[in-house]
Design a protein around this ligand. Sequence first.
Ligand code: AMP
Length: 334
Amino acid sequence: MIEALLKGYDLEKLAVAAIASHTALQILRAAKRYGFRTIAVARPSAAWFYKRFPFVDEVWEVDFSNFRPVAERLAEENAVLIPHGSYVEYVGWRQALEAPVPTFGVRRLIEVEADQFKKMDLLRRAGIPIPKSYKPEEVDGPVIVKLFGAKGGRGYFFAKNREELLEKLKDVEEPHIIQEYIFGVPAYYHFFASPMYGRVELFGMDVRYETNVDGRTFGLVEPTFVVVANFPLVLRESLLPTVQKYGEAFADAVREMLGEEMKGPYSLESIIKDDLSIVVFEFSGRIVAGTNVYMGVGSPYSVLYFDRPMDMGERIAHELKLARDKGRLEDVVS
Ligand code: AMP
């Protein structure tokens, strides 16, 4: 479907589109700098904000509950859609999977991500260390319980031990996963898989600022992890080879599991323990909001690849431009 759509594209008029939220400013600002026409697809309530910025050529106000006509219109406008977390949140993973518009990266990862078991299975296949998963009766220490479809840490809860877990599970009917709780510090790595350069780049990293774990709660409320902001991060250099190894292993596992080359931005989300081992509890198969910390200034790691600072929006635009110029757009979209 997508290859046929691309055949009809006027490459001189290639546009970059993003849903107006999440990382849209970063993506569209960079796309404009690289000479693409830019489209922000907005909820009516957010449209006015995106109209404030001169690098956004068009702001469309749309109804996300019926996304197909929007996708068709994007394709008519020669657009490549850059997917991000809010896109999947607004349109749902089924619509995102079927939308008839070329979508940057590996679209089928959206489906894998929607299922906690498939998601952990992909990481396991990559040989990346992950938290143990338990049946309730196997639990012997602290656990975190994640309801499917939980967002930004909402819909998670903890139990100190098996007794507390069984008590708390009485009220839970939704599908969920019970995971070993890992002690340490969180670190989120940003990667870019480049078909044009044939490599996986470790592009940046961040940590999150989350309500009731980082807030002034004085032990008065249960911990919650609702993300409100992000901070930049650099890691001890001695840890970088391990992070790079896991990033590459992830790309290999995508090839093995989906039969498709990994392409575009993605993230591994980890806890680093006090023995300095890294346990990955989550991935995002598309750009993560933590990349915004480098908007316009570039991440310290980006200079290692291009000898100049670049943010992830620019990295995407750079790849897209190369792919277009080489007649290889189908290698970077799906
Ligand atoms: P998520 O919404 O999946 O990014 O998770 C929200 C937060 O829960 C993360 O920022 C982590 O700090 C924490 N978390 C998730 N899974 C685990 C785990 N298995 N062990 C320890 N912390 C976790």
